[in-house]
Design a protein around this ligand. Sequence first.
Ligand code: NAD
Length: 440
Amino acid sequence: MNRIAVVGTGYVGLVSGSCLSDFGLNVICVDKDEEKIKGLKCGVIPIFEPGLQPIVERNVYYKRLEFTTDLRQAVESCDVIFIAVGTPPADDGSADLTYVEQVARDIARYMNGYTVIVNKSTVPIGTGKKVKEWINEEMAKRGASFEFDVVSNPEFLREGSAVHDFTHPDRVVIGTDSKRALEVMKQVYRVLYLNETPFVETNIETAEMIKYASNAFLAMKVTFINEVANLCEHVGANVQDVARAMGMDGRIGPKFLHPGPGYGGSCFPKDTRAFAEMARKFGVSLSLVEQTVEANERQKLLAAQKIERVLGDLSGKQLAVLGLAFKPNTDDMREAPSITILNELAQKGVTFKVYDPAAHREAKWRLKNIEDRIIYCQNEYETMEGSDALVIITEWNQFRSLDLNRVKELLRQPYFFDLRNIYKKKDMESRGFKYFGMGQ
Ligand code: NAD
């Protein structure tokens, strides 16, 4: 193996490329976004991802990691090419494969010998086959016939802990029909093989399916506990104890049982919709997934409704909002619950003082439609000055140990909406707060 190209330097591509170079491999990361590549060449990391900066710096220093916008040069000098471009939702909910197709065709234009094309983007089942067709078509146009194999290697990293997840995965899934490509992939992931990471070797379609089935299952689990939490509020049960006890059952497990204002992010919302849409095309019903999608939309609205139910007429009210990113340790706000909640409340006449440790830049364009209602603050406490209530939307660690005396002094009224259950109702009430968690 000579060198690896990773096309797309977003959350997945940049982390994968950097970590592979940290495994000692020579990697070139390609993106069509010139600004991004210009920044990366000067050491500017375009995303907030803990631990990524030193890995990039180290591997650039040792000349194992390079950045370019020149896909041709990358394809000509590499024999393994990862596709890690976005697969955003199309209008009907299905995954838009425009970028994947573009890259596949470009690879075929410049390939000059046996190449393994590894699809890391989350793509509908059957895309691996399409990639083969696109490459064959494009090679035929130039009268070339180089050998190549397509591999599906879905990525399971989570934003916010992406570096750890990439280097310590629960499993690596490799889908291919080619022994030759499988051997190449084993070399690529040699470090993980040596660390005894479990590998699942299967065909392309199964690998593609594993990614969607995993994400849909996790989204369903979150949604399940959200609905249980909603019921808890009506019957006097405490969802935290319920979730803890459920999680102690080895068949259930404790993860993804934390209620909140609905899941967001770049994966669960779009992947559940695409999965359901894909099944519909085959006349198969994924009714649980369909219900999950709907219930999650309701959950985001419920959070806004709860605030209105408690505070009454919202016109002219000011809210202190902590956390805008779809989860802590990221600046990503794609489909974040904060967007729905703030928009809903803005319609009722609310203004906001907000603080997120990483997401202000992204929030400024994603919430542009209500920008006249938002003041971006420098820290947690600034948001509370003169506000009628506090709302924690994202559970950044630094919000877990607020100076509660100061919070109470700064708020006009001690209303505390904790949409992530990071405080305890009893403690908060004994401190004089009117506290509203999830399912407590
Ligand atoms: P992203 O939007 O952060 O990055 C995609 C990058 O691809 C962008 O920088 C874009 O400029 C680049 N790009 C698009 N077309 C290109 C082209 N023709 N040539 C070169 N570069 C091009 O996306 P992401 O979050 O990294 O996700 C990538 C894929 O991985 C998606 O399919 C996603 O579903 C999947 N995935 C994402 C995560 C996650 O946590 N973000 C986790 C697992 C899987």
